[in-house]
Ligand binder design. Structure first.
Ligand code: GLN
Length: 498
């Protein structure tokens, strides 16, 4: 049996029954990585020894009869902007190329404590700025369904690793779609939790009022289990919410309640022009399935969401320009000193050499939006729009339990197709921005394959703290329409430039 083909819960079940060891599971994923990684290129760093050591430790504890976490022994991949003590964490940037964090992010402490072996650190757009993983300073990751196409971004490495069977679970981060958009492009399940639900401590800051750690998994049950493991209050994160999770629901029977009477709103702005017919078709088919299960489905218009992208691309660069001020050649990573130069020259050379194009673009845009004279016209205005959008969403949630639509306007585009057109690139996460601005939880789930065989994603959003409801709907859809198996193309398709 190919263990790497199994979901996180199937693996956890086999280990709990004593059928397989965590060492065997980890070895299966390491072999799969060896086989497909040259084509997928999902990882910036692999740590097989550490993963095997963690697996053996779990196996020892299990034999001893210790009480173990539900997911103990199930390996996980971690996006490279999440700090891992002793493991290089680069943010896919030259400026942090040799940075080895002296501490673990809170989410990493949680997975280590629970005994999930870390397989490696996954590729991403530099500082999580991007939608295709082509902004990585090191190389581009490819989509396992067609290696000439992008996996999405910025958590493209995490989503591609799960899609290719290189890891059953992965951690990503979502500032404006970076978990959900690549989840959709790679045909996996991706959760952006409620803002504050999961600690940001140790997640390298991009835009702090938007950043959230999220999960990639093969299915809803795996995503829920990983989410439950990393969620919770953390005094080290000032925006962390102190509300307990619903404790009573076991990860394997959480979908028993079904969908009867659930009110689902299909966002009409996401079903119009600019959205690919094959994407809309899948969403409509799924809506019909949901109705068949007793859910009430109706279209809802959210006109203010048309302004979400513009507001996001002011707030996001403004916060980024401030957060990235810390990379000055003194405290972290790269330091470019030139003889005869002073401290200003050192700052300029370090930042000039260490940051890529997109990072510089955001710093320039953000500094402009925050500068005297423009602050009110741009940044303040964007904050007001954010508040109005939040109110519009709250109103919609008085009528609907869940809002849904496509996760992305199209299926995955070709490598190189949008790199020279930032606006087109920004538009590829137009569906994901609203929940990032409002802080609502949002889940992208696989919604079948297009006629060309590319994954389509459906996005479900709920009021704050209702992640469980999202997973319930996702699981119900999986019950009606089983998920596709791993893409086999990854083994045969060549091509796509790096
Ligand atoms: N693509 C979006 C951006 O570039 C989202 C990034 C993210 O969520 N980290 O800002």
């Amino acid at each position: 049996m190919d263990l790497f083909r199994l979901s996180a819960l199937q693996l956890s079940g086999l280990m709990r029954e004593g059928e397989v060891s965590s060492e065997e599971v980890v070895n299966s994923f390491l072999q799969r990585i060896e086989q497909v990684e040259p084509q997928v290129k999902a990882f910036l760093l692999l740590c097989p020894e550490e993963a095997l050591a963690a697996a053996r430790e779990v196996d020892r504890r299990r034999l001893r009869g210790d009480e173990l976490n539900f997911l103990a022994g199930v390996p996980v991949a971690v996006k490279d902007n999440i700090c891992t003590r002793g493991l290089r964490t680069t943010c896919a940037s030259r400026i942090l190329e040799n940075y080895v964090p002296p501490y673990d992010a809170t989410v990493v402490s949680a997975i280590r404590r629970a005994g999930l072996p870390i397989l490696g650190k996954t590729n991403m757009d530099e500082f999580a700025m991007g939608s295709s993983t082509e902004n990585s300073a090191f190389f581009s990751t490819r989509n396992p369904w067609d290696t000439r196409r992008v996996p999405g971004g910025s958590s493209g490495g995490s989503a591609a690793a799960v899609a290719a069977g290189e890891a059953p679970l992965a951690l990503g981060s979502d500032t404006g779609g970076s978990v959900r958009q690549p989840a959709a492009f790679c045909g996996v399940t991706g959760l952006r939790p409620t803002y504050g639900r999961v600690s940001r401590y140790g997640l390298i800051a991009f835009a702090s009022s938007l950043d959230q750690v999220g999960t990639h998994s093969r299915d809803a049950a795996g995503g829920l289990a990983l989410f439950r493991l990393i969620a919770g209050h953390d005094p080290l994160d000032a925006t962390s919410i102190n509300t307990p999770l619903e404790e009573d629901v076991e990860a394997d029977n959480f979908c028993e309640n079904g969908l009867k009477g659930l009110r689902l709103g299909l966002i009409s702005e996401q079903m119009g022009d600019g959205f690919a017919p094959e994407v809309k078709e899948k969403i409509r088919q799924t809506a019909a399935l949901l109705e068949g299960e007793g859910a009430f489905v109706e279209e809802v218009s959210l006109p203010l969401t048309d302004y979400a992208l513009a507001a996001y691309y002011l707030i996001n660069p403004a916060e980024a320009s401030s957060n990235l001020g810390r990379y000055d050649g003194v405290r972290y990573g790269l330091s470019e000193r030139i003889s005869g130069g002073g401290v200003r020259e050192m700052f300029a050379h370090t930042r000039g050499k260490g940051f890529g194009m997109e990072v510089k673009r955001r710093i320039i845009l953000g500094s402009y939006a925050l500068s005297a004279g423009y602050y009110d016209a741009y940044y303040l205005q964007a904050l007001k729009v954010r508040t109005l959008i939040k109110k519009e969403m709250e109103k919609a949630f008085e009528r609907f339990d869940v809002l849904f639509g496509p996760s992305t306007p199209t299926t995955p585009f070709m490598l190189g197709e949008k790199v020279d057109d930032p606006l087109q690139m920004y538009l590829s996460d137009v569906c994901n921005i609203t929940d990032a601005l409002t802080g609502n939880p949002s889940l992208s789930i696989p919604c079948g394959l297009s006629p060309a065989g590319m994954p389509v994603g459906m996005q479900l959003s709920a009021p704050p703290l209702n992640e469980m409801l999202l997973f319930r709907v996702a699981a119900a859809i999986e019950n009606m329409r089983p998920l596709p198996p791993l893409p086999e193309q990854v083994n045969i398709l060549e091509g796509g430039q790096c």
